[in-house]
Design a binder for this molecule. Structure first.
Ligand code: IVH
Length: 704
């Protein structure tokens, strides 16, 4: 590392140093993660990282595509054991303005079928900006503390949690099993003091209290956590042997009585107006609270309503986070760069003169697409009163929550007279293929498919990512290197790596950053994933529009890849195959078409999938939910008027029991639930011999 102050570096020196830092940090990562033999101390590692970040801040345009600052996951994370949560840790849907709040309340009233005269109460409480933690108590004793992780699996941080004063080790009069969930945070004063102490001893400082809290909790040495002043607010629960109360407010009161800190700004509100009022009140107090909050969370108070409303895949229907307005800052837009993604989308990125927005230094922002730059929305209507965005402009940047920074506006009075409108490229900057914009699509896409190196590399990165094949030791950086060296061009190549280069161990060893031990570890990690769950395989293919949750739903719907392929091959000619696909929750026409296109016979993409299938084993998927439910896996259609619940509630309940709810009757339908006024669907079901139940019969069947 050079001794020169970052401000004094020439551009050439900065570039050379970034290259050197990327290499040294990559080598250090490998030594630490794969070889378990760290070559440098944590402090040295942090110093290299911080130097890299400082240079990138001043020379944002020199930031490398394999920049170490983009590396995901804090270093110590690998050291924690994994914990599978007994109940998934959910996230929250967001509301950004009063209208979203009114829609949320109205949607719930409709779902529950409440009449005008019926009241519906909500709790409203600050949304703490920390990290969530689940504490498991058995017989009143704290037995486990786990971070949220991906919601299903978190990290076991029990030893660390035991050092936090707000977390009781023992409870009296608690349910036999009690999982308390809440937020670990650091208050402002402690955060300032910690950063000052870190600076004094030349240690790492934190960008904001949330990072400080996360970094302090996720320490392999619990004694370090003990030295950090962390706090905990309880606001929810997971597994329970008996109910805490009938209402949200009552349950929170119970947690408080058991010895947990609960937020004193929690209020009961009787509708959208009261909720928004409380939001405004908390927003006004925000700066005086002494800890960071980023919104107000609303929850339906009646717990029997909560259970009727149930959960979507990652968020409950009965709660929402009403965020505060985004924080804003002005800065120069130095240049516009085009990045090519996995599906060929050309994404414009603004390279900004670094600026602090809400406590975080921002040097890049998304510009969405060419219309957005030109000052138009997706319908061709003007945004920013039609002002376009140009290189060299003075622009307003905002961050809303955790999302990528965006450009809100541009100040035309500061625009140079020589500036010219930005011309969006019509060919791919990576492979030169035509970049085409389909009618009705806001995005321009590279038509090069797998011949485009950017698309190929992004697809490979996605393939090895955590929710897909999750190959340990093969991260974005390694994929880029292997692609560049011609070792891996498509997913199949990963599994041929060892065999094709049986002398490969030696070759890999000679590659910079790899030792014999790390190469062996990599081949073992690849072998480990040669047999893969169907859902992870499907997600790994990186098909447009297909997320992790939907991939798993599709996998459990069809069970095996052969069944899926058969349906996809028939889908363009056989309407019942298409209907089968569309009956899956979350699969719409656009996604179904993308899936069919990816598996189209004779296409390059299909050929690549088939080559992959030859070298791996795809494990059949298990049925989604409790196979003991009498309607699990059944296709159910609701028709006519339902009397004891709304259509939305009936659908959600059936799906929670593993049934598939379809809109139309076909020979595949298992059950038709017909209320009064059922018409042609009932007639059709009868002629097809489908089981027909009235609402009471349905409720009896599902044990309601
Ligand atoms: S309730 C089932 N209440 O926000 C609902 N979450 O965006 C579980 N959070 O992962 C969450 N303050 O880490 C709830 N008062 C609050 C919260 C809160 C902060 C966090 C929590 C959650 C995230 C969702």
């Amino acid at each position: 590392m050079s001794d020169k102050a970052v401000e004094d570096l020439t551009e050439a020196e900065a570039k050379a140093e970034l290259t050197m830092l990327a290499q040294r940090l990559a080598a250090a990562d490998l030594a630490y993660h794969r070889d378990d033999t760290p070559e440098i101390t944590d402090a040295e590692y942090d110093a290299l990282k911080s130097r890299n970040a400082q240079i990138e801040q001043i020379f944002p345009h020199l930031k490398r595509s394999d920049s170490p600052s983009e590396a995901v996951g804090a270093r110590p994370a690998d050291g924690f054991a994994k914990v599978v949560h007994a109940q998934r840790m959910m996230s929250l849907a967001n509301a950004f303005d009063d209208k979203d709040v009114a829609d949320f309340v109205e949607g719930i009233r409709k779902f529950l079928g409440l009449g005008n005269e019926q009241t519906l109460d909500f709790t409203a409480e600050p949304k703490i900006d920390g990290l969530s933690l689940s504490l498991r108590y058995e017989n009143g004793v704290l037995v486990q503390a786990a971070t949220r992780g991906d919601g299903e699996t978190g990290e076991n941080v029990t030893a660390n949690a035991r050092t936090i004063a707000d977390i009781p080790q023992k409870l009296s009069n608690a349910p036999t099993v009690l999982e308390v969930r809440g937020e670990v945070y650091m208050d402002h004063a402690d955060f300032e003091a910690l950063n000052a102490a870190q600076t004094a001893k030349g240690g790492k400082t934190f960008a904001n209290p949330r990072n400080a809290a996360a970094g302090s909790l996720r320490q392999l040495d619990a004694e370090i956590t003990r030295s950090r002043p962390l706090h905990f607010f309880a606001y929810a629960w997971g597994d329970l042997s008996e109910p805490l109360a009938d209402t949200q407010l009552g349950a929170i009161g119970k947690l408080n009585a058991l010895g947990f800190q609960t937020n004193p700004l929690t209020r009961l509100c009787d509708g959208a107006v009261a909720l928004s009022d409380h939001h405004r009140m908390i927003e006004q107090m925000r700066a005086t609270l002494g800890y960071d909050i980023d919104g107000v969370v609303y929850k339906v108070n009646d717990l029997s309503f909560q259970s009727r409303l149930g959960l979507r895949s990652t968020t409950p229907r009965w709660a929402i986070a009403h965020k505060f307005a985004a924080e804003l800052a002005w800065t120069w837009l130095d240049s516009i760069e085009i990045q090519v993604g996995r599906t060929g989308a050309l994404s414009p990125v603004a390279r900004l003169r670094p600026v602090t927005v809400g406590g975080v230094v921002v040097s890049n922002a998304t510009l969405h697409n060419e219309d957005y730059i030109a000052g138009l929305d997706s319908k061709g209507e003007p945004i920013r009163e039609g002002r376009d965005i140009r290189e060299g402009d003075w622009v307003q940047v905002y961050r809303a929550g955790d999302v990528i920074p965006k450009i809100a506006d541009v100040d035309l009075t500061k625009r140079s007279e020589t500036s010219v409108p930005y011309v969006f490229p019509e060919s791919c900057p990576e492979c030169g293929s035509a970049a085409i914009r389909e009618p009705g699509d806001s995005v321009r896409r590279c038509s090069g498919g797998l011949i485009c190196p950017a698309q190929a590399v992004e697809k490979l990165k996605h393939f090895v990512s955590r929710a897909a094949f999750d190959i340990e030791g093969l991260g974005s950086k390694q994929v880029e290197q292997f692609y560049k060296d011609g070792w891996i061009k498509e997913p199949r190549d990963i599994f041929e790596l060892n065999a094709r280069y049986s002398s490969g161990l030696k070759q890999l060893k000679n590659l910079e950053g790899w030792g014999e031990k790390s190469a062996e570890k990599l081949f073992a990690a690849i072998e480990d994933k040669r047999s893969i769950p169907f859902g992870s395989f499907l997600f790994g293919l990186g098909i447009r529009h297909m997320g992790e949750v939907t991939s798993n739903l599709i996998a459990s719907h069809f069970g095996t890849v052969d069944v899926l392929v058969d349906v996809l091959e028939r889908a363009s000619t056989d309407p019942s195959a298409m209907e089968d696909l569309l009956s899956i929750d979350g699969v719409g026409q656009v996604m179904a078409e993308a899936l069919v296109a990816a598996f189209q016979q004779d296409s390059a993409e299909r050929a690549s999938i088939d080559r992959l299938r030859h070298v791996i084993t795809i494990q059949p998927a298990e049925a989604r939910v409790g196979t003991d439910s009498p309607v699990s896996g059944k296709i159910v259609v609701f028709t006519g008027t339902l009397e004891t619940m709304t259509r939305a509630e009936a659908k959600a309940r059936a799906e929670a029991l593993g049934a598939k709810v379809s809109g139309s009757v076909s020979s595949k339908t298992d059950i038709l639930v017909a209320g009064p006024g059922a018409g042609s669907k009932a007639t059709k079901a009868q002629s097809l011999g489908v089981q027909i139940l009235d609402e009471a019969g349905w409720r009896a069947l599902i044990g309601d």
